[in-house]
Design a binder for this molecule. Structure first.
Ligand SMILES: NC(=O)c1ccc[n+]([C@@H]2O[C@H](COP(=O)([O-])OP(=O)(O)OC[C@H]3O[C@@H](n4cnc5c(N)ncnc54)[C@H](O)[C@@H]3O)[C@@H](O)[C@H]2O)c1
Length: 315
């Protein structure tokens, strides 16, 4: 039995990791500031477990850690578009917040013999884009937008706190995740919402950017694989290597949503994004060497996601 803090437990990725840990019987101390992208329905679900407790807090405001094995940090500002408009909250949550978690872990280390491992969610975006091939964990970080710059900065802090103070860490760098429960600003739920509203789906840069898609449960399973293997002070890319253009993603959504083959009439190509990254790609052979591999099929999961949201309000 492990005791884990999960910050950002009411967000998309945090909810999958929380659910997975709770089902394993681990004790979860969930922390969330409950920003616009959190989902209070997850709190109702998790509070049914006797092995869950919740602290409503900004990670910057935590003053100490109870005894625990891991601090799994998924709390972050995550929408690239928002970071381009105003990066203030991204600096506060994604950099200062991680700094506070590192300081708490460092202080804990000085006061007790048992030190929790900070298992931090980074992103494939820290490497920047790549037109062919894939980045491995040793590649230089060249973030291309304010969001990914804050994520890269946090990764640097973690490496330094490990070398200077001995704070143990794991950094995971997942690719684009999808699944039920993702906030509606992200491509897949946004596309479904626009179809429900009878509006055209806004697509940046002619839908040409290429993204790698991995189901959030596969990412949560990768985190479990890492924890159960007992490794520390390592970085893991988590990808699964299923990639397609954003246009292809939207075409599949339209066809599954209403069966119409003439998909272009549902798409609005008048948008572009500053600093657009053309393609992200990760070499994830390191995590695969621990025995993890993705189980989900994009097409099957996408069908289920669409059916789910056809019958449910997207908040
Ligand atoms: N979703 C993806 O495709 C993806 C891909 C790669 C990496 N990531 C990383 O995974 C993590 C989670 O992403 P997500 O998509 O679940 O995000 P999300 O926006 O769905 O959820 C973020 C959660 O963190 C909480 N939060 C934000 N700032 C906080 C703070 N200062 N203190 C406490 N709680 C705070 C929010 O209330 C929310 O519940 C992030 O670190 C993100 O960079 C996500």
């Amino acid at each position: 039995m492990k005791v884990v803090y999960i910050t950002g437990c009411l967000g998309f990725m945090g909810s999958y990791v929380t659910r997975t840990c709770l089902k394993k019987g681990w004790y979860v101390k969930g922390v969330d500031k409950m920003t616009y992208s959190s989902n209070p329905e997850f709190l109702e679900e998790f509070e049914r477990y006797p092995n869950f407790s919740f602290i409503k807090s900004d990670i910057n405001d935590l003053k100490f850690l109870y005894e625990c094995d891991y601090v799994i940090n998924t709390a972050a500002e995550t929408h690239v578009g928002n970071s381009i408009t105003n990066s203030d909250e991204f600096i506060t949550s994604n950099i200062n917040g991680v700094h506070n978690l590192l300081e708490l872990t460092k202080n804990y280390r000085q006061e007790t013999s048992k030190t929790p491992v900070l298992l931090h969610f980074s992103t494939d975006e820290v490497y920047g884009d790549i037109t062919s091939g894939a980045y491995n964990e040793g590649n230089l970080l060249r973030p291309g937008n304010p969001y990914s710059a804050t994520k890269a900065a946090a990764d640097m802090l973690i490496l330094a706190w490990n070398k200077t103070y001995g704070v143990p860490y794991i950094i995971v760098r997942p690719t684009n995740n999808y699944g039920i429960g993702q906030y509606v600003e992200k491509l897949i739920p946004k596309a479904i919402k626009y179809l429900k509203l009878g509006r055209k789906i806004p697509l940046h840069d002619w839908g040409r950017p290429i993204r790698n898609w991995l189901h959030a449960q596969d990412t949560a399973d990768a985190v479990m694989t890492i924890i159960e293997s007992g490794v520390q002070n390592e970085i893991y890319n988590i990808s699964g290597s299923f990639e397609q253009t954003n246009l292809e993603t939207c075409q599949k959504i339209v066809k599954l949503y209403n069966g119409d083959e003439n998909v272009e009439k549902y798409l609005d190509f008048t948008f572009s994004r500053k600093g657009q990254d053309v393609r992200y790609a990760l070499d994830d052979s390191k995590i695969k060497s621990l025995g993890w591999k993705p189980k989900s099929s994009f097409e099957k999961e996408l069908r289920d996601i669409i059916e789910h949201y056809k019958n449910k309000f997207i908040w």
